[in-house]
Design a protein around this ligand. Structure first.
Ligand SMILES: *Cc1c(COP(=O)(O)O)cnc(C)c1O
Length: 379
């Protein structure tokens, strides 16, 4: 099977994990600190604005606490969002206000958000679809004008840039995923960016039982100058959701390889663009505008016979899928009546096809040939 996404892990990551085992400290420690520092460097920001957590979903839920969504608040999100975005809003009894997206990039636009703004709007959660940057200038202008918090779900936008700024660092908060299928992989993991340093401190406490950050290692801090090291204080209701050294060590190695991964994915993305452009029954992703840099996480095509092509590819050993099934089509979110024509259009026609750094040129040729074959047989 040719996978749609795939991690690239090997002996370098194993060697890094070995170092962690030898250090005898597997919990959060120096490897995590190094990972945070290196990540910040990759996105040209100060490490003080970052912290790590167990997953990007955890970071999305954390936003609901840091910004205190409550039952009087409305949070606007594009219907084409990851499931955790919806759940994080409902978890706080806030109102999830769904908006539409651009039918071809599947990204939310300022005009989509604007049509949903009321005096109760507290925050907007945008998603950079498959690493393709949203038009952040117009979104930031709109939201700043209405005092609305901007959160960027950059799960797949690792090293995507918009006019020189990293996606995830433009709004008030951003988060990235290092789960099993993302741009880089730490097993599970997430990084959080917060514009406000005070919120970084609050985030760290929330992710570690509410222990004050000054209480260096939480409980049992005998080496932190505390003679009664079994005592502790708690500042707020916290959970336990920090990254450990095993993940941190993998992350450092993966970050060293990141630019190579991105180059290879760009090469494949551009080959798809070139070689699939001759089929007029397919729509390809729009071109990246000046100043847009993508992580090339998704490649997507749009066609009327999407379902048939997906099944045909699966029969031939090629996995494809559609991300993200719109929230208004999921019963749990109770918004099945929502009128979101572009989301409906995109969710009926969009297919994500294999794009990852482990694909060989032959794999890519096979995907392209199968799509062509499908066209001659069925279109
Ligand atoms: C994968 C993904 C997430 C969740 O990331 P995890 O680290 O798996 O929790 C959130 N948002 C988007 C857009 C994603 O693709």
């Amino acid at each position: 099977m040719i996978n749609i996404f795939q991690p690239c892990l090997g002996k370098d990551e194993l060697a890094a994990i070995k170092k962690v085992f030898k250090s005898n400290w597997i919990g959060k420690g120096e490897f995590v600190t190094e990972f945070e520092r290196s990540f910040a460097q990759h996105v040209n920001c100060s490490p003080e604005n970052f912290t790590t957590t167990t997953s990007c979903s955890e970071a999305i839920f954390l936003a609901s606490e840091l910004f205190n969504y409550n039952s009087q608040d409305e949070v606007i999100v594009p219907s084409i969002s990851f499931v955790a975005v919806g759940n994080s809003i409902l978890a706080k009894n806030a109102k999830m206000i769904l908006c539409d997206v651009d039918p071809y990039t599947l990204n939310v636009r300022a005009e989509d958000i604007e049509s949903r703004i009321t005096s109760k709007t507290k925050a907007v959660i945008v998603t950079h679809y498959g690493g393709f940057p949203c038009d952040m200038d117009s979104i930031m202008d709109l939201c700043r004008g209405h005092n609305i918090i901007v959160i960027e779900d950059s799960a797949c936008a690792t090293k995507s840039f918009y006019k020189g700024k990293a996606c995830g660092t433009i709004g008030d908060m951003g988060m990235w995923s290092f789960g099993a299928m993302k741009v880089i992989c730490t097993g599970d993991g997430g990084v959080i960016y917060l514009k406000s340093k005070e919120l970084v401190e609050a985030a760290k406490e929330l992710l570690y039982h509410g222990f004050p950050n000054k209480q260096k290692s939480g409980m049992d801090s005998s080496n932190a100058g505390n003679d009664n090291w079994w005592e502790y204080s708690v500042n707020r209701i916290g959970r336990r959701a920090f990254l450990n050294n095993i993940a941190g060590a993998m992350g450092v190695v993966q970050l060293n390889k990141l630019d190579g991964f991105l180059l290879r994915k760009k090469e494949i993305y551009e080959r798809y663009c070139r070689e699939l452009s001759e089929y007029n029954w397919l729509t390809l992703p729009p071109e990246l505008r000046e100043g847009y840099v993508s992580s090339y996480y998704f490649f997507w095509i749009q066609l009327e016979q999407r379902d048939e092509l997906a099944r045909f590819l699966r029969e031939q050993g090629v996995y494809s899928t559609f991300r993200y099934w719109p929230l208004h089509k999921v019963k749990h979110f109770q918004q099945e009546e929502a009128y979101l024509p572009n989301s409906d259009f995109a969710s009926a026609r969009t297919l994500n096809i294999p794009l990852h750094q482990a694909l060989s040129d032959d794999d890519v040729s096979r995907v392209i040939e199968l799509i062509k074959k499908f066209g001659t047989r069925y279109i």
